[in-house]
Design a protein around this ligand. Sequence first.
Ligand SMILES: [Zn+2]
Length: 223
Amino acid sequence: MELLERVRRAARWRAYLVRAGAVRAPRALGPGAAAVALTFDDGPEPESTPEVLDVLARHGATATFFCVGHRARSHPELLRRVEAEGHAIGSHSLTHRVSGLGPRAVLADFDEGHSAVEEVLGRPVRLFRPPHGNLDWGVVPGLRARPFRTWLWTVDSGDYEPGATTESIARRAGAATAGDVVLMHDALEEAAPGAPPRTTMVDALPEVLEGLRARGLRTVALQ
Ligand SMILES: [Zn+2]
């Protein structure tokens, strides 16, 4: 199935699963939080994650990174830098390539990715986000049996979409209001043809952060 269609299908499932209580409500920050959670998926990636960290540090911002297990293993020092700079870390599967696999294989990939992140950090990890936000019914019972806190998102920056620009990313991510969880990517697994380079997203980040601050919204890490 084509990537964008998978994402759309996942969005339809997601709404149903959240209503059914199968995953943590994406608005769990609460509308009174006066805060927004920025999240970065698919890293760590040496070409782009350090730039994201530098921008966040310049703005005194905190974020959450959902890391792919095979990249955590390849770049353990970078993952430890993310943690040392005060950001939250969750896992995001081992391979990111779980579409079309049966539930048992999907859960095994989730577990191995989670273990890879824990091994690098040397501590238990609780946060988790499935690739593409895709959770079908075959996976949900197994996921609920695990001590994961599964977070999806409420605002999609579209920073992985073909044709996305610095302006479009800044506009969409900048539309976040209190309690929102914003989807961004410090790397791109399974990038669609025409997806922008990560520098396009990094260039949008200062405007997003300044816009949030101007509206009295702070950034928080997911818990
Ligand atoms: Zn992803």
